[in-house]
Design a protein around this ligand. Structure first.
Ligand SMILES: [Zn+2]
Ligand SMILES: [Zn+2]
Length: 46
């Protein structure tokens, strides 16, 4: 389920996704839908 909030990584407000590991809300840019985690927990994107 999508939520409105602020990205914990870049601070951009908008529709956020919740990391299933750390529970932080992150934007689509910093969320990895393949793993259900934020990039800091499950990705290697810089
Ligand atoms: Zn972000
Ligand atoms: Zn995370």
């Amino acid at each position: 389920m999508e939520m409105m909030g602020m990205c914990a990584v870049c601070g951009t407000p908008g529709v956020m996704f919740t990391c299933r590991i750390c529970g932080r809300m992150v934007c689509a840019t910093h969320f990895n839908p393949a793993t259900g985690t934020c990039v800091e927990c499950g990705g290697r994107m810089v």
